[in-house]
Design a binder for this molecule. Sequence first.
Ligand code: CDP
Length: 230
Amino acid sequence: MKDIIIALDGHSACGKSTLAKALARELKYVYIDSGAMYRAVTFYAMEEGLITEGEAIDRNLIIEHLSNINISFNYNSRTGKSETYLNGNNVEEIIRTIEVSRNVSEVSKIKEVREKLVEFQQRLGKNKAIVMDGRDIGTAVFPNAKLKLWITANNEIRVARRYKELLEKGYKVSLKDVEENVAQRDFEDSNRKESPLVKAEDAIVLDNSYLSKDKTLRKALEFAYEAMKK
Ligand code: CDP
C-alpha cells in the first residue's frame, strides 16, 4: 500500500478534525490541522493589537508582521496529541475561543497570510502519509491528493456539536453566539476571493449528520484503503 495524502474539507464544525484525527491514528499518519494555523495568526494579531473589538482589521500591519509569526506543532506525550505553538508558546486551547473564531475568517481572506500558510502546509505534506483538514486542502494545497473527502453535516447538528464542545471546555457562550459564528464563517469562507471553500470536483461526500464517529471512521477508512491501491 502506498502512502497517500488525505485531504478533508468542509464547513465549520462539520466533524472534519474529529475524523481527521481518528484517520491519522488508525493509519499511523501525521494529522495536520490547517485551521489551527489561521487561528494562530488571528490570535497573534489580536494579542498585538492589530485587531480590536468592533474595529476593522489592519491588513497591512498583519502582512508586515507575518515574518515574526512562527507556527509549529509539537507532540505532547502526556495527552498523546499534537499541539499548536505560536512563537514557542503553546496556544492549542486559546486559539479555539469564540473571540478568535469571530476574527479568523477575516484574517483568512488575506492573500499573503494564505500564501505563507499554504507553503508551510505543502512542506509538511512532502513525505505524504498525512491527513490534513481545512477549507482549501483538496483544491489549493494538495490538488493532487489521492483521497479528498468533503465532510458535511446539517446546520443544526453542526451548531449543537460546537456549542457542546465549547461548554465542555468551560467557555461561557450562548447557543445564539455559536449559531451566528458558524453562519458568519460559512458565508465568509465560501464567498472570499482567495481559495474559497468549495468542494473539489473529485472529492467524495461524507455526510455524518446521522453517523456515529466510529461509522464515519469506518467509511473513510474504506475510501483510504481503496485510494492507497491506486
Ligand atoms: O473547527 P472549525 O471547522 O470551526 O474551523 P477551523 O478548521 O479551526 O478553521 C478556522 C477558520 O480558518 C475557518 O473558518 C477559515 O476561515 C480558516 N481556514 C481557512 O481559510 N483555510 C483552511 N485551510 C483552514 C481554515
